[in-house]
Ligand binder design. Structure first.
Ligand code: HEC
Length: 132
């Protein structure tokens, strides 16, 4: 009787362990949605809260209103309206994902943005490039 109980407990533990590691691996496969140990939440991306800080950090040194003529060949990524005049969401995704390569890789002469930042930009575009 006692022996059977133990066996049952072991069985339950084994099933739990296997399913947990299975789900964990599924979850972990979405590595680009993990940033350090923080989950990268791309479900409802906000232009002002998510995208502007990324552009500020990585792009304004060449693409702010002030710097664009000098450093960014006139492409302004500051304010929603000017960004939309200078470029569009699809191009933004291409340049940060290094789709076309070479001179079109942004940040120019820099390293590629972290996966989470790129996923945020991609999803902001997929969600309709809203001024939100
Ligand atoms: C060191 C300066 C510099 C930085 C930093 C930089 N860019 Fe650029 N960017 C340029 C220059 C110069 C061009 C003009 C085209 C070229 O020379 O490749 C350009 C062009 C662009 C274009 C227009 C591409 C086209 O073909 O229409 C986009 C969009 C763009 N950059 C986005 C970004 C984004 C997004 C970031 C930040 C993640 C960024 N850039 C960071 C210098 C920079």
């Amino acid at each position: 009787m006692r022996f059977n109980m133990l066996k049952k407990i072991h069985l339950v533990a084994a099933v739990l362990f296997i399913s947990c590691s299975f789900f964990y691996s599924c979850y972990y496969d979405n590595a680009e949605f993990l940033l350090s140990e923080t989950i990268c939440d791309t479900t409802a991306v906000s232009f002002s809260a998510d995208i502007v800080p990324i552009l500020q950090t990585y792009c304004y040194k060449c693409h702010s209103i002030e710097m664009a003529d000098d450093q960014g060949e006139g492409y302004i990524l500051e304010t929603y309206a000017l960004l939309m005049e200078s470029t569009n969401g699809e191009t933004l995704v291409d340049v940060v994902d290094w789709i076309d390569g070479g001179a079109n890789n942004m940040p120019k002469s820099g390293s590629q943005l972290p996966a989470c930042e790129r996923a945020l930009i991609r999803n902001w575009v997929a969600q309709g490039e809203l001024d939100n």
